[in-house]
Write a protein of this length. Structure first.
Length: 272
C-alpha cells in the first residue's frame, strides 16, 4: 500500500477462486460446502469449496485455500478448481462448455492481516484492514460493518467538533475506532487463527471431518462458530459456549507491530 502498511506474516492469508456455470442448480435454496479438497499428494488442503445458485440460470462455484498448507503459493488454484468441478455429477452442468466468464481469484487477508486500523488521517476498513474471518474466508459482512463503524465515528467526531466550536480533539476520538473494531471481532479472530493453524495439518483435518461431521449437534455448533452466527444477548447453550470460548482468549491486536517504524504523527481536523 502507498502508506507503507504491509500484510502481517503472523496472520492468516487465503486465496479464493470462483466462476459461474449455467446449471440446473441455479435455484438451490442452500449454499453447499465441500470440506474435502485433495492436494497433489492426495492429502487434504486447508480450505473448502462452495456451490450456490444465483437464480439467474447460473451457479457460483469456487474454493478457498489457506496459507497454512505447505503447497500454498505453489498451486495453480484455477486448475485445482477445474479438476474439482470435473469430478462432480455431470447433470449439474459444471463443464467447460457451460462456464460463464473467466475463473477469477483474489487474496483473502484474514484475522486483522493489515494493521494499524487507525493512524492519523486513516481508518482501515474491510479487506484493507484484513477483516476477513480466518474461520471461513467471509469478508463482506465485516467490510460493511466496519464501514458503518467508521462512518459513525466520523459523524460523531464532526458533531462534537461543531458543538465545541472546533476545540474538540477529533483525532483522539477517531483513534477509538481501532479499539472498537478489536472489541467487536478480536477474540473471534483469535479463535479463527487457531482454527486456521489446526486445519493446516492434514491429519487433524481428516480426523475432524471423520469424527465431527456425522454428529449433527456438533456440526450445528461448528457452523455457528465458523460463521459467527451468535447473539451476544442470547441465553442458548451454543451462544453461551461461544461467549465463554471468546472470553478465554486474548483479542487479536490491530495496532502497529512493535517492530514496525511508526508513521509520522499528523493531526486531523474535522470541519464542523
Amino acid at each position: 500500500m502507498s502508506l507503507g502498511i504491509q500484510k502481517r506474516d503472523d496472520r492468516p492469508l487465503g486465496v479464493a477462486v470462483r466462476t459461474y456455470f449455467t446449471s440446473p442448480r441455479t435455484d438451490d435454496d442452500w449454499m453447499e460446502g465441500w470440506l474435502e479438497l485433495p492436494g497433489r499428494d492426495g492429502k487434504l488442503l486447508p480450505g473448502y469449496g462452495w456451490v450456490f445458485g444465483v437464480g439467474d440460470g447460473t451457479s457460483n462455484v469456487g474454493l478457498g485455500i489457506l496459507n497454512s498448507s505447505k503447497d500454498f503459493g505453489k498451486l495453480d488454484y484455477k486448475q485445482v478448481l477445474r479438476e474439482w468441478t470435473a469430478g462432480m455429477p455431470s447433470e449439474w452442468g459444471f463443464t467447460p462448455e457451460n462456464q460463464v466468464g473467466e475463473i477469477r481469484g483474489a487474496a483473502l487477508p484474514m484475522g486483522f492481516n493489515r494493521t494499524p486500523h487507525y493512524s492519523p488521517g486513516v481508518l482501515l476498513l474491510g479487506d484493507a484492514g484484513g477483516m476477513v474471518s480466518p474461520f471461513n474466508g467471509e469478508g463482506i459482512s465485516y467490510a460493511m460493518e466496519s464501514a458503518r463503524f467508521a462512518a459513525e465515528f466520523i459523524i460523531d467526531a464532526s458533531s462534537r467538533a461543531a458543538a465545541s466550536g472546533g476545540t474538540h480533539d477529533a483525532d483522539a476520538h477517531l483513534a477509538r475506532y481501532a479499539d472498537y473494531v478489536r472489541d467487536q471481532w478480536g477474540s473471534h479472530f483469535t479463535l479463527g487463527r487457531a482454527f486456521a493453524a489446526l486445519i493446516g495439518k492434514p491429519a487433524v483435518m481428516k480426523l475432524a471431518l471423520r469424527t465431527g461431521m456425522p454428529i449433527p449437534v456438533l456440526m450445528r455448533f461448528v457452523v455457528r462458530l465458523l460463521a459467527n452466527l451468535t447473539d451476544p444477548s442470547a441465553k442458548g447453550f451454543e451462544d453461551r459456549v461461544i461467549r465463554v470460548l471468546e472470553a478465554l482468549v486474548p483479542a487479536t491486536s490491530n495496532t502497529l507491530p512493535a517492530s514496525n517504524q511508526r508513521y509520522p504523527q499528523q493531526k486531523v481536523r474535522v470541519n464542523p
